[in-house]
Design a protein around this ligand. Structure first.
Ligand SMILES: Cc1cc2nc3c(=O)[nH]c(=O)nc-3n(C[C@H](O)[C@H](O)[C@H](O)COP(=O)(O)O)c2cc1C
Length: 334
């Protein structure tokens, strides 16, 4: 028996309504750049008109500038890459005084990514930036696999996530997006904890912890033993985590992991994502986010979808009862 949707009459791609909403923030389309893969955004302004994207998620910013990890920090792997950048960034003061003014001129919708080793550090960042002009939302990086302190393991504790978000929430009137690690036993638990703490949205997911060994030297191919795996290799893994997270909460979810085409992006949307982020694909092709956006628009037009929101969560697992109790929970509640 085929479950294919009936064919709709195609509509001109230019007429497809791509607007989506993340809390109080309206995005002109669902395509964003992923944190750490697009600099602070301004570095790419000569190749991409930032104002045409749904948003630019900046490199994660910490209170103090960070030099990041020792080299080697990147290793190519089949279908993907490992990185151990370790949150190299300019720090809060330079981000606010140099980067944000440039992004304002470029008319980008800015999602500022913030990271901290403790809840207090995140509070400091939100106190300083929480009402800053030109920041559309905050993505809190609860999931960096490459730092010794305040990384994905530290933030994998649902109670800590909930408590921290509850402390951050009053410090800003912009949406708070919690970025989750895929390396947990059950992403639905961390997702629900963030929702309880007051997160307006989630990003699922950050990179997966990975290891590549140079057998001849008998050492890691990175300066540090492990790194974060990203790129096409992780797409099915990320899509499954995104699907699980999206069905565990009522807040919007942003998909991330291996997205390199309009179809990839729409798979995440069908799995329940309201928006998506293009990351590693940008290293191969600087205009990747723009192409993904155009491909998405074309596909929606060709398939007769007047609005991208029609497709959010359109995928329904045939065996949801067996495999996704969270899906059932959502259906029971709604
Ligand atoms: C070189 C590199 C640096 C990254 N830096 C950050 C970062 O600073 N903050 C963050 O939240 N995610 C960071 N990420 C994770 C990406 O934002 C994205 O979630 C992940 O790479 C999966 O998407 P992709 O497969 O499209 O790259 C980084 C990824 C890469 C490859």
């Amino acid at each position: 028996m085929s479950h294919a949707a009936p064919r709709r009459k195609p509509i001109p791609p230019a007429r497809v309504d791509l607007r989506v909403r993340i809390g109080t923030l309206e995005l002109k389309n669902p395509i964003l750049t992923a944190s750490g893969t697009f600099g602070y955004g301004d570095e790419y302004a000569h190749v991409v008109d930032l104002s045409t994207l749904g948003g630019v998620v900046t490199k994660t910013v910490t209170v103090k500038p960070r030099a990041g990890n020792a080299p080697t920090r990147i290793a190519e792997t089949p279908g993907g890459m490992l990185n151990s950048i370790g949150l190299e960034n300019v720090g809060l003061a330079r981000f606010r005084d140099e980067k944000l003014p440039r992004l304002r001129v470029l008319k980008a919708t800015v999602i500022a990514s913030v990271g901290g080793e403790t809840p207090e550090e995140l509070e400091t960042l939100l106190r300083a930036l929480g009402r800053e002009k030109g920041v559309g939302a905050f993505e809190v990086n609860f999931s960096c696999p490459n730092v010794a302190a305040g990384g994905a393991r530290y933030w994998a504790d649902p109670e800590r996530l909930e408590r921290t978000l509850a402390r951050l929430k009053p410090l800003t009137d912009r949406p708070l997006i919690a970025k989750l690690s895929p390396d947990v036993t059950d992403i639905r638990e961390t997702a629900r904890a963030c929702e309880r703490g007051g997160a307006d949205a989630l990003t699922a997911v950050n990179t997966f912890v990975g290891l590549a060994i140079d057998l001849d030297a008998m050492r890691s191919r990175l300066g540090k033993a492990t790194g974060g795996l990203s790129g096409p290799a992780v797409k099915p893994l990320a899509l499954a985590r995104c699907w699980e997270a999206a069905h565990a909460v009522r807040i919007p979810v942003l998909g991330s992991g291996g997205i390199a085409s309009g179809r990839d992006a729409l798979e995440f949307v069908a799995a329940g994502a309201t928006a998506v982020q293009v990351g590693t694909a940008t290293f191969v092709e600087p205009e990747a986010a723009t192409r993904v956006l155009e491909e998405m628009r074309e596909w929606l037009g060709a398939h007769g979808h007047a609005r991208v929101t029609e497709l959010i969560g359109a995928f329904r697992a045939e065996h949801a009862q067996e495999h996704a109790p969270a899906t059932l929970a959502v259906e029971e509640r709604s």
